[in-house]
Design a protein around this ligand. Sequence first.
Ligand SMILES: Cc1cc2nc3c(=O)[nH]c(=O)nc-3n(C[C@H](O)[C@H](O)[C@H](O)COP(=O)(O)O)c2cc1C
Length: 181
Amino acid sequence: MNVLVLYGTRWGGTEKVAQTIGKALQDEGHVVEVVDVKEAPESIAAYDLILVGSGLRADKWTKESEAFVEKNAAALKAKKLALYVSCSMADRKDEGYNVGKKRYLDDFAAKYSLTPIAMGYFGGLMDFSYSHGLLVDIIVRVNRRNLRKNGLDTASVHDTRDWAAIEAWGHEVAKIAQSTT
Ligand SMILES: Cc1cc2nc3c(=O)[nH]c(=O)nc-3n(C[C@H](O)[C@H](O)[C@H](O)COP(=O)(O)O)c2cc1C
């Protein structure tokens, strides 16, 4: 199968998620391209299976990844499609876990009337040593103490991307894609 793995990223964390998924699909014998959604091909006609994913900010996919889905919704309906996200809600041990999963995947797919063959929900990367934009940087600086109290120490890197789970999902998508016509 010709496979296109697209990713939307603001701070770079989702790129390696996409590459890990792509490698798993390649290991299953598929021809895989992993592409930043900002450079997505004009037409997706050449692909049998398309995976689209994004990191989250304030409950939103990147604008380019959502714009891609919106623009290509009709074409995606005729393809095998999988969606995935890499975000902090996936790490929650409370109801937030399900809230994020529903909001970022189920509701997102429903918004564009899509029926993905699989959906992946993964942890993300938060590194406050680099800028997240002036406004966010100021908010983080002002709230540093509160954030720490709530378990987010902005002085350290939080990387909860579970590579084994991400890779396993890539293999699972390959299997589901092969078993569906
Ligand atoms: C300012 C900011 C806002 C965020 N908002 C959310 C959010 O609403 N929901 C969520 O699950 N994760 C949120 N996250 C976590 C990111 O989705 C996570 O860091 C992800 O790995 C970012 O991916 P990217 O680096 O590819 O953009 C936020 C992170 C930052 C820095």
